[in-house]
Each structure stands twice: as C-alpha cells, then as structure tokens.
Design a binder for this molecule. Sequence first.
Ligand code: NAI
Length: 577
Amino acid sequence: MTVTTFIHPVVVVKNKGRIFETDARGRDLLTHARLNKGTAFTEQERRALGLTGLLPPAVISPQSQSDRVYEQYQRQQGDEAKQVYLTALLNRNETLFYRVVIEHLEEMLPIIYTPTIAKAIQHFSHEFRSPQGIYLSINKPDDIEVSFRNCGFTKEDIDIVVVSDGERILGIGDWGVGGVNIAIGKKTVYSVAAGIPPWRILPVILDVGTNNKTLLEDPLYLGNRHERVTGEAYDSFVERFVAVVEQSYPGVLLHWEDFGGQNARRLLEKYKDRLCTFNDDMQGTGAITLAAVLAGVQASGVPLLEQKIVIFGAGTAGIGIADQIRQAMQRKGMSATEAAARFWCIDRYGLVVQGAEGITDVQKLYARQPDEVESWEGRGSKEGISLVEVIRRIQPTMLIGASTVSGAFTEEAVREMAKGTKTPVIMPLSNPTEKSEAKPADLLNWTDGKALIVTGSPFADVEYKGGTYKIGQANNALVYPGIGLGTIAVKASRVTDSMLTAAAEAVASKITHYKAGESLLPGVHDLRLLSRDVAIAVGQAAIKEDVASKGLMADDVERAVDEAAWQAEYPEIHPLD
Ligand code: NAI
C-alpha cells in the first residue's frame, strides 16, 4: 500500500493508486486534477463528495469522455494549440488526459513531447497558465529544502526526479526557466509510455539564469534575469540540490535532462556512483541509438565489429552514442582502443584529430592519429577535414548525425557513402525536424533506395519507386520510460551500462527478419508493450549485476514490473473526514 499526502487537500493514495481518500469536497474536488473525474463521477460519489448540483445530470463513461475530448482536440488549429489544449486538460483531469493520450499515442506523442514541446519551451513565459513542478533558484539555495517540503511528499512517495537547468534544450539551445517544460514532458512520457504513476515523478528546474538575450530582454520572462551562473557557485548549487533529493527521497532515480554538454557529462560522472542516476541525453540517446545500430547491423548483414562509424557532431549526444556502441563492441571482445578505432568523429572544426585545437576531453578517445590523416584534404586548414573527405577515405557503413546542422548530409556526401557500401545506415538524429541533417526522401533518392534510415524527429513514410519506406525514429521515448520502470520496479541502486544495453537489445529484438521499406525501429503504437519488455530486460540486467533489491530473482521481474505500472483508470474516491 502506498500512502501520499499532498498538502492541500489531504489525499491518501492506497492500493497502488486504485483508491484515493480525500477531505476535498465540491468544487475543490473538481479543480483537483488528480481527483477530478468530471462527468464520470457516479451518483454515489456525487452525493458522498458534495458534488450534487455541480455537474450536468448525465453520468458519462470514461470512454465517452475520451471521445468528446478527442473531438475537441481535433478542432484545435495547429500543433501548438493542440499542445495548449492537452496541457489544459492535464491541469483539469489528469486521468482523462493520460487515457486520451494513450489511446491516440502515435498522433499525440509528437504534440506532448518532441517536436512540439520545443515550441512550448520557447513560449513558456507567454503561454504560462499554471505552475507545474519545482522551481529552484540559484539566488536562493537555502530555499531548496523548503521547496521540496512544500510539495508535501514523504520519503516513499517519489520514484523519479527529472531535473533540467534548461541550458541545452533539444537542439534549440538555452531556454532558461522554460526548460521546466522538458522535465514535465519527460515525466508525462514516463507515465504514458511505461505507466509510472504521474504523482510519483517530480519535475524540477534549476534556474541558474540564461544566456538567451531574447529571454533576458523579454518583459514577460519568468526566470532569473541574469546570465548563467557557472563554476563553483553552479556546482555547489547542484550539490545542494542533489543532497536534498537524496535526503528527501532515498533510493530515488535522478534523471538529468538537457544540461549543457560539459555539465551533463561532468554531473553524471560525479554522481553516478553516489546515487541511482541517469542522463537521458547521453544514456537514453546512447541506448536508443545502439538499438538502431543493432537493428542496422542485422538489416545490413555487416557485423557490429566490422562497422565503420562516422559521428557527425561530437557533442553530448554524439559522444554518448559513440560510448554506447563502443561498449557494445567491447562486450563482444574488442579492447577499448580497438573499438574506439571504429569511429571517426567530426565536429565544427572537421574530423577530430589528436592534438588539434578545440577538441574536448571526451572526444580524445576517438581522435584519429595525425599521421593517419596527414595527406587528407583539409588537414591543417581552418575548416579541417570535411565529411565528404572522411567518407571518401574510409567508406563508412554508418553515418550518425547529432550536430543540429540542417542539411549537413549533403547529396555529395551521401552519394559518396552509397558508393562504398551496399546498405548505408544513415541516421540524421538532430531535432527538431528543421535541424535534421537530411530528409529521408533525399537519402533514399541519393542512394537508390538502399539507405537504412533512422531519424531523430518523426518523418512521414516515403514513397520511392513504387515502394513505401517507413522511417524509424530514434525516439528516446522508446527506451527511457522502460529503463525507468525497470529500475524502480526492482529498486535498483544504480543504472548500469549493462542495464542500458539490455534496454537497447530489447528494442532491437523487435526487428527480426528485415524487409526493404520496413522501419528499423518499432513505432510508438505499441509503446506500452515495448516499455514493459524494456523494463523486464532492464530489471533482469540489474539483478544480474547485483544492483537490484536483495532477494529478487529474475523470475520475479515480470510481476514487479506489472505491479509498478499504472493504468490510466479513474481511482475509487472515498471521502476522508
Ligand atoms: P551538443 O550541442 O552537445 O552537440 C552538437 C555538436 O555538434 C557540438 O559538439 C557542436 O560543436 C557540433 N557541431 C556544430 N556545428 C557543427 C558543424 N558544422 N559540423 C560538425 N559538428 C558541428 O548537442 P546535443 O545535446 O549533443 O544534441 C545534438 C542533437 O542531437 C540535437 O539536435 C538533439 O535534439 C539531437 N538528439 C537526438 C536524440 C535522438 O534522436 N534520440 C537524443 C538526443 C539528442
């Protein structure tokens, strides 16, 4: 039995969210999104909870409510209006929101999450209606503890804290306090995709300022109106936050989201051995891309250890992806150095070469030897060695883009790649859609239909020479909700590399016999089932690695996962005196 007390009204959650007790009555109840059932309140509930006369007489089934909402949703003009509509529904009737989104997942996921969420973040201060999550200001570090206390949760109430500092949102950059929306979006997807109860996830924004001039000059901006605080002050603020989280919710999964490249890696390194923690941009991206790579390996017939991989855009995501693939290669018997040698990383100064100016610490492992590239075109120039030159020289089997440079996979580069390999695996992963390194239709055209494509943003099917090509989307939503569910279901104390690999393998295993035109990755229509499979694989890997709750056996994981998952059904609501 779980017991949660929100500060007002008093709400007690029992029997894994199937029974709620509350002292709220009448209109108070109708304005409490977690408790509100609207026109689905039964006659008996209406009498017991002081709702008589406050609702139209008909008692409506949840399905009819959902149908009505969907009708209204369809009338909204444009994706942003649809997103605003759904947010209003979430603030009015949480269960109905989740029911509707789950029923129309394929259509609504791009609205509540990427790519539309980018707009919600950019327009946060203008569209602001009601606060969600916790807002922590670097100017008031002493308030961190009281801010958590004000939520009214006990030590057992929270499974996941999703935190962002808004510095590097989705590829659209620094959006300051608006970054809270990415934490909220991630929370929503945890619940939609894996069934983690929404009331057990806390979104948090660390407002450390912003370097976005537009925001600083916007009179309606709701965040701290100064440049980002960095260095020691930043670190000690984050440290205080982590310490309060650890103390407030021992055993919680701390999910880092959209921090700047340097901070993302640094913070994960600093905290990964101290508490159960996970960075979605690095590890979630790595896992879903590894899934795509493993599916690409299977579809192309080129074994993993023989792949030659170009990473275009060697930032947080790019290096995170390389790390995951490299570790998978190492698990198949390669040394770290041998595995790293299968990668060619290209950043804003061209191919990453050892000793070159501007290469970051994390890029070093993948930097090519200067003598190996001495005669390559562009060596020594300001622009460095280009993508086309790298492709011409090494004939890669895979090309992965995480650069946010729209159209960077040019016709010349792609045609060159297609010359050297029968089935070029090409993944323009940058988000949102307009930042994609290439359009799938172009990639198919330039490779005579041979390219195996995975994108970061959703793209429609492509008709090419009489065939239909489904485009797989490396959507983190295919893995991270299951990783979260598996981790909390077995009460894992850490998120280990093996757990991430298990997640990737669970996704890749959905592609068994690849046929031309098929998507390399599963779609989101069966996301609940997929997340369940991912969670089971992750939970089992946690047990194998001895980081799960003591006494749990591999056979127990399925039950533990099912018990931890919530169905978007109205709870029974009992009056509390
Ligand atoms: P980042 O800013 O850390 O990395 C971008 C990298 O690209 C930087 O190292 C930058 O120097 C480099 N770059 C910039 N211009 C370049 C150029 N002209 N040529 C080569 N490299 C260049 O950003 P992050 O977080 O790594 O994200 C990158 C992109 O990947 C974003 O669009 C993000 O939305 C996308 N992404 C996709 C995911 C997915 O599909 N599952 C998950 C996470 C990120």
